[in-house]
Design a binder for this molecule. Sequence first.
Ligand SMILES: [Fe+2]
Ligand SMILES: [Fe+2]
Length: 275
Amino acid sequence: MPIELYRDRQHACLMFCDLIEEDGQAVQANQFLIVDGDTGAIIDPGGNLAFNELFMGMVRHFAPARLSYVIASHADPDIIASLDRWMSSTQARLVISRVWERFVPHFTKAGKTDARIIGVPDAGGRLPLGRNELLLLPAHFLHSEGNFHFYDPVSRILFTGDLGASMLSGAQAAVPVTDLAPHIAHMEGFHRRYMVSNKILRLWLQMVRPLDIAMLVPQHGAPIQGRAAIDAFFDWLEHLACGIDLFDQRAYQVSTALIDPVSRLTRAPLRAVNG
Ligand SMILES: [Fe+2]
Ligand SMILES: [Fe+2]
């Protein structure tokens, strides 16, 4: 069952957080449905694992032909691998960074995306949805080269894709975080490796700090709710070293470690070739 992040008479934001098998190998992921009147948008629909239930959840609110957009923060498999099925089952347009516009047709059968991709320029913009609109905010390199976040002025929710992701179960992801300190351990390893640099985090913070945000909702793990927790998250990012900040020559050596195809483990190297 989806979680209602927001609802009024005209507008709703729903989060699906348990469509991926808990005992499977795929990372937990959230998918989102925004309803505005008799239309709506899907944000980051994910892969084929999530398609059926997400589609069924959508048709409870409006007919498939009324889906305005499939909106993708970037082009990773956990974001948009189900694209062929969405393009086949609806008339929605795909909204994605121009950086990925010519790559995503590889997810579909020939011709499925013809005249249906809205390639968003790097600066982003305002996207009409029903009687309202969504703000498409630049979030490039957090983590993908062409990456957007989505701000819904009605619910005051900021959808942040992989930024703010926490490694949790589907049940844990359903409970919003209001005290950030104990939550950092679930986010830290992921952000250090997947986010590109502290410089980019600070540029992003300059842009989003003035926004009126009730809830910050990532694509993995739990939402971060309330001004105190959101400000604490921003303060944590401001001082986080990540990505290329942490890489030096030690990460770029020719390794002699043996990758054993039977055990699927990598054995420690005897010595580095140029070490
Ligand atoms: Fe990603
Ligand atoms: Fe992701």
